[in-house]
Write a protein that binds this ligand. Structure first.
Ligand SMILES: [Zn+2]
Length: 350
């Protein structure tokens, strides 16, 4: 059992020569894969340079995955959305207030077409090794955890498209209460856009690899976050995904939580013959004691995780989400990535 992939996300897909310099630094930090966070603006404006940047990463020996970062605010990420700027409809709608929200409804044909066009164009043009589905979710996903009483009651999406499709399936009006039919409907529709797009990407090129990364949540008796991808089994079972990944956990959470999430991630991936991936928080916050980074990497390895990934290049240095000691954090992650790859015999010194 060994960790064979160490990935870091990277923004700023502008000039090839700048990216090349950063990719050398990424490689020197023990990463063998780069996840390019492609924004809607990058796609719209910098598209000629994207294949060049992918080519540069390949030239330097890095694998490349494309992350349609924050697209329609459907995926995680801070970027702004051109889709939302250019479409006043096709938005998720609050079940209780009927308010249109600044999140694309991924069950509408309009957003499904937009998302698919974005991904298939990149699959055709960019020459990367695959795609990374980054924390897909419904808006207002998180219900309040309470062992003494109720949870948050609002949810999405109750837009005209979702309501009419629900009516077709179940023969009654979509209720404002999150009943079991609504939960099933939300999950089924949520998976549809990713499965369809993944299938079409693989039709274009069967070698394209798809990683689906869902939120690392308990979803236990007491709390379910209802983001639409909470049924890990259903996600991991999808024949169109190759890697089952779960997101970053705050350094402040207890070790038992890291163990619980990691164990479940690996078990779920293995059950469906998928590779497993766990993330490290490499931006915004850092551990009080940097030794926690090594301990967490060792924990992931001991549970049989196949792949590690960190968000983001240089600890977010220069952004509002930089860790307090961003470059020190980046160096420490780099040291640990090199250490595990040497153990997995995947890191070749240049
Ligand atoms: Zn909707």
């Amino acid at each position: 059992m060994a960790i064979t992939q160490t990935a870091v996300s990277y923004y700023g897909l502008n000039y090839v020569e700048h990216a090349g310099r950063d990719f050398r630094e990424i490689r020197d930090h023990g990463c063998n894969t780069v996840i390019l966070a492609v924004t809607e603006f990058d796609f719209d404006f910098w598209r000629p340079n994207i294949p060049e940047i992918v080519g540069k990463a390949h030239e330097l020996g890095l694998r490349v995955l494309l992350d349609p970062w924050g697209i329609g605010k459907y995926f995680g990420g801070e970027q702004v959305s051109l889709f939302l700027q250019n479409n006043v409809e096709n938005r998720q709608v609050s079940a209780l207030t009927g308010e249109k929200l600044p999140y694309a409804c991924f069950n509408t044909q309009s957003f499904r077409d937009y998302f698919q066009r974005f991904c298939l164009t990149l699959a055709r043009e960019a020459g990367a090794d695959g795609f990374f589905w980054d924390e897909p979710h419904y808006a207002f996903p998180k219900s309040y955890a309470s062992i003494t009483g109720g949870t948050g009651e609002d949810w999405t999406c109750r837009c005209p498209v979702c309501r009419s499709r629900f009516q077709e399936y179940y023969g009654y009006e979509m209720p404002k209460i999150l009943n079991d039919d609504v939960k099933t409907f939300r999950r089924r529709e949520a998976l549809f856009i990713l499965e369809e797009t993944s299938r079409k990407i693989k039709e274009l090129n069967p070698a394209q690899e798809i990683t689906c990364c869902v939120h690392a949540t308990l979803n236990s008796y007491y709390v379910s976050e209802n983001r639409g991808y909470d049924d890990w089994e259903a996600v991991a079972a999808s024949p169109w995904f190759d890697v089952f990944s779960t997101t970053i956990i705050s350094w402040e959470l207890p070790r038992a939580f890291f163990e619980h999430i990691t164990k479940r991630t690996v078990e779920t991936a293995k059950k469906y013959g998928k590779k497993s991936e766990r993330w490290l928080m490499g931006y915004y916050k850092q551990p009080a004691d940097f030794r926690q980074i090594g301990e967490t990497v060792d924990l992931y390895e001991s549970f049989g995780v196949d792949r590690l990934a960190v968000w983001t290049y240089r600890g977010g240095y220069g952004t509002v989400l930089a860790a307090p000691d961003a470059l020190k954090l980046w160096d420490s992650i780099g040291e640990n990535f090199k250490r595990v790859l040497v153990r997995g015999r995947e890191f070749r010194r240049n």
